[in-house]
Write a new protein. Structure first.
Length: 484
């Protein structure tokens, strides 16, 4: 033991360590799991515990959570007045990257980075397969440059026509754009590129990849029962399409072979994007109200078997009966603990996402990433009253689908920079750096030293080395390589 400072003896030091209960350990593990892993964990628990039952929850009545307040009060006081919609969705995806209307198709391609550049080249290379005039080729190139990096087009055709006329001196009409989009771009490989939304994307792939009854069934699903499909109500789909279990499984397999992000299949490994199932859906309506949905997919509603209570009331006489009763009580206790942990996970997930929405409300309304405010794990923990470790577990490996794109929760945790003494996100500096470089004289591109000066004029005090790092992150070469 350590000696005292006077050397007159010894003293004992007591240390206190926190031991997690089995319930807490289970909650930690469940909270860390994204939806697909949680589904597998529940299936295993149902298989291992005969007293745990899973009921079809697809017809559970939905309620709504509308986040239409700017306030940031502790969720302990606000959660009681908010209902959470415990449904799920597979709605339209968007990358949410703000586009410069002055940018040419080539500049838009550079904005999308190295991965999207090869995707752009892949599509441009297919233009020679179509009998197009020189004018149509230039318009089609701009259309392709307007695609998001998932391969979908979300800019309205009339807006693209206006951009071409005003900024590129290339007059066109929305009718010509519609023709080039449907008869050229949407006919390209991979199937689904150029679609205006997820519904059209999957429909294009269904027509291209399937024939006969299989194609008709998929198109019926997407065109007539999109709401049920987008909320993964497979039980209702089975009823309305009059499918047996084997036919339903086959339909789901066909859907899983379709790619919601066709742009991700070219130029890099986007397998993670293709496999992502959003854990949350956040939708913003025209009234500025934000609606939060916890995606629970086709997870069953868990209950303890009603037979358990009856069994536990039975008289116990023999040794074998006592052992059977002990086993029964243990399994029932485990089932109840698992059900409670699932409920606690649901509450923890919703608390965390509500806090992120409150802190990043301008982004969810507008989709402009420069509106993101600096946010740390500690900020969300303080707002929710949760531990930082809990917020971290929720944020890791979880995704949220918004009107503006599909984002990992970690994306919303942004580092801070300063502009004229005010705290802003590093993304604002990146945006300003992009704007400065885009506006430079290409015959005399700006050096990093000059970029430092121009950024400081905008209020950003950054070092030359930092500018070089940010330039690299944006995929902008140094001034010697930008000269034209």
């Amino acid at each position: 033991m350590p000696r005292s400072s006077q050397g007159q003896g010894t003293y004992q030091v007591q240390t206190q360590t926190q031991q997690l209960t089995p319930q807490q350990v289970l909650l930690v593990r469940l909270t860390e799991m994204p939806l697909n892993d949680l589904r597998e964990r529940i299936d295993k628990e149902l298989e291992d515990n005969p007293w745990l039952q899973g009921e079809n929850a697809e017809y559970a009545e939905d309620s709504d959570f509308s986040e239409n307040s700017e306030t940031s009060e502790n969720s302990e006081s606000s959660d009681s007045s908010e209902n959470s919609e415990l449904s799920d969705s597979y709605d339209d995806l968007d990358d949410g990257i703000p586009r410069d209307p002055n940018a040419s198709a080539d500049e838009r391609r550079r904005e999308m980075g190295d991965v999207s550049e090869s995707f752009y080249d892949h599509l441009i290379g297919q233009l020679g397969e179509y009998p197009l005039t020189d004018h149509e080729v230039e318009v089609a190139k701009y259309l392709i440059g307007s695609l998001a990096d998932d391969g979908l087009l979300r800019t309205p055709l009339q807006q693209i026509a206006d951009e071409l006329d005003i900024y590129q001196n290339l007059p066109t009409t929305s009718q010509e754009l519609q023709h080039l989009l449907t008869d050229v771009v949407q006919q390209m490989e991979p199937a689904g590129v150029g679609a205006r939304d997820l519904r059209e994307c999957l429909s294009i792939q269904a027509r291209r990849n399937y024939r006969g009854a299989a194609r008709d069934q998929l198109l019926t699903l997407f065109q007539r029962y999109w709401d049920d499909f987008s909320h993964l109500r497979w039980g209702r789909i089975q009823q309305v399409l009059r499918l047996d279990d084997l036919q339903l499984d086959l339909l789901r397999q066909r859907v899983q072979h379709l790619n919601p992000r066709p742009g991700g299949s070219i130029g890099g490994d986007h397998s993670d994007n293709h496999a992502v199932t959003p854990d949350f859906i956040v939708e913003t309506d025209e009234n500025g109200e934000i609606h939060l949905t916890l995606n629970e997919g086709d997870l069953p509603r868990l209950t303890v078997s009603p037979d358990a209570e009856m069994e536990m009331q039975m008289p116990v006489v023999s040794k074998n009966e006592r052992e059977a009763m002990r086993y029964l009580r243990t399994q029932v206790a485990n089932a109840r603990m698992f059900i409670d942990a699932i409920a606690q996970r649901r509450d923890t997930m919703l608390r965390t996402m509500r806090a992120i929405i409150r802190l990043q409300r301008p982004f969810f309304l507008e989709g402009d990433e420069t509106l993101l405010r600096p946010m740390k794990l500690e900020d969300v923990a303080q707002l929710t009253g949760q531990d930082i470790s809990t917020v971290s577990r929720v944020s890791n490996s979880k995704y949220v689908q918004t009107n503006h794109g599909l984002y990992p929760l970690r994306w919303f945790f942004t580092t801070a920079a300063r502009q004229n003494g005010d705290e802003v996100t590093v993304r604002k500096i990146l945006q300003s750096l992009r704007e400065v470089v885009d506006a430079e004289d290409k015959a005399h591109p700006l050096s990093d030293e000059r970029l430092v000066v121009l950024l400081r004029e905008r209020g950003y005090d950054v070092a030359r080395r930092t500018v070089a790092k940010y330039r690299s992150q944006l995929g902008i070469p140094d001034s010697r390589l930008r000269k034209s």
